[in-house]
Write a protein of this length. Sequence first.
Length: 274
Amino acid sequence: MLPSLIVADLDGTLLHDAEVFEDRDISERSIRAIERAHDAGSRFVIATARPVSTGLRFAEQLPVDAVIYLNGALIDFDPAHSNFDTLTSGAVPNDGSLIKIGFPSRRACEVCLDLLSAIPELRIGIVMDDVRYTNFDVSVYWKTQTFRYTDFHDVPDGVADKITIFPEPDQWDMLRPLIPDDFEISVSEGVMWMLMNPEANKQHAMRLVCDRFDIPVEQTVAFGDDLIDITMMQTAGRGIAVSNANPAVLAIADEICSPNNEDGVAQWIESRLQ
């Protein structure tokens, strides 16, 4: 039996792996399985740490009822009528179709400058309206994402989505106690630190989606693979890990499905459609 709501992470969960970030993709099998589940009455939601620039194309390929971007800092409740410009303009419509959960860019700059005063070589940046304001060349990690060099004195006013940090292994222990209390730390794929509003996370975003669609969380299934998926999976009625997931994710999962490169999410959905 299919759940009322299916929530799935992208990288490492729904998408196939690739040598470079930009080549990760979703299979036709996964698209068909999600379409069939949607036609059968299940709502479908993407929950990703990706920004709009690299997440939107997957939302456009799937019958999504909502999209959680930036690990919960941006929630699109009307993806059928959204586009890149509406999602990255910085404006929040009065109709509630878009929710931003961030923090003032001025505060983000203060934090970046404080961290750099302690660790001058730190690679750090601010993500706001799908632009990365950084002190390093982000093409080292992402070939297509827009960035602007900054010394954190010239970042425009606005609502920032997150601070991203790529610490070297020997900087981790020094960095952690320097993070201010008004930010929450998440680590993506064991490499990128994300400092965010404490309410900007997949768990909170999933609860907002359930409230909007009037679906009890007990009637949801959440798929994930990384540490940032754990609270979402624990909150859902059933948390399912792909078998390639981080060991900590496998340990808390209610169920384990086949790996992402074998379309584990699609296989699970197909088994419930029979």
